[in-house]
Design a protein around this ligand. Structure first.
Ligand code: ATP
Length: 243
């Protein structure tokens, strides 16, 4: 049965810039179901990363509501919010935030250990192999390329099997072949393990792997595009341009 790990209602977010208040998110609503991959596309500065940060509880909303697995995150104390994030959300963000003094294996295991859970060595090896970093488990982040660091961050997010995965430009440091392989992996995670994935991307070749695309302009969603099996990345790029 499909559930709704993410529901966002009338979400607004403003920032103070000098003596000016700028409204970045302007009352938007969305939801995402388990087993579903939703892409968010929009011009630079339209508020995509801000939306992911508010959903993850890394910055508070100015108005509106974010529900993760039915819980309104505004009602959680900092401690419960951190615990909820560790348990329910996998973050794949542009800053990888790997711990330089831990090797790749231990970086991948860290969120589970921090949540008081066991991280099984075999699961880590299997996931690292699927991501093409199986031979890197013993090395340290500063010995890795940007693309390899990104894959470590992705393994770290996937290992605990969170209900919701938030990904900001997850293929940003990968070449096109590795980017497509990662999209396939994320999509398989959705389908096989019923993860719900919300990803931000500029690339139609990435968004085409999703079930639907929400087009964001100036702090709100202006259109939803359903991705069909027949659709190509070029079709999607055209639909996006017309949105
Ligand atoms: N902490 C902050 N303080 C002030 N303004 C901010 C802050 N974070 C984001 N903004 C502003 O919010 C707007 C939206 O930024 P955001 O990073 O969400 O856009 P984006 O759509 O993800 O852009 P890009 O595609 O370039 O990553 C920008 O004008 C940015 O300057």
């Amino acid at each position: 049965m499909s559930t709704t790990p993410l529901a966002v209602q009338q979400l607004a977010k403003s920032f103070q810039q000098g003596n000016k208040q700028i409204q970045v998110l302007k009352g938007l609503s969305m939801h995402a179901n388990s087993g579903e991959m939703v892409a968010i596309m929009g011009p630079s500065g339209s508020g995509k990363s801000t939306l992911l940060h508010v959903i993850a509880g890394l910055t508070p909303a100015s108005a509106g509501k974010v529900e993760i697995d039915g819980d309104d995150i505004a009602g959680l104390s900092d401690r419960r919010l951190t615990a909820m994030r560790r348990r329910n959300i996998g973050l794949i963000f542009q800053a990888f935030n790997l711990i330089p003094t831990l090797n790749v294996h231990d970086n991948i295991a860290l969120p589970m250990l921090a949540d008081g859970r066991q991280a099984r060595h075999d699961d880590i090896v299997q996931l690292a192999e699927r991501l093409g970093i199986g031979d890197k488990l013993g090395v340290y982040p500063n010995q890795l390329s940007g693309g390899e660091q990104q894959r470590v961050a992705i393994a770290r997010a996937l290992l605990p099997h969170p209900a919701l995965i938030l990904a900001d430009e997850p293929t940003g440091n990968l070449d096109s072949d590795n980017g497509q392989a990662l999209c396939q992996l994320l999509r398989n995670c959705c389908r096989n393990d019923q993860h719900c994935i919300v990803l931000v991307t500029h690339e139609p070749a990435v968004a085409i792997w999703s079930d639907r695309v929400l087009v964001m302009r100036d702090g709100n969603f202006t259109r939803e595009i359903s991705v069909t099996n027949e659709m190509t990345a070029m079709d999607l790029a055209r639909a996006y341009q017309e949105a």
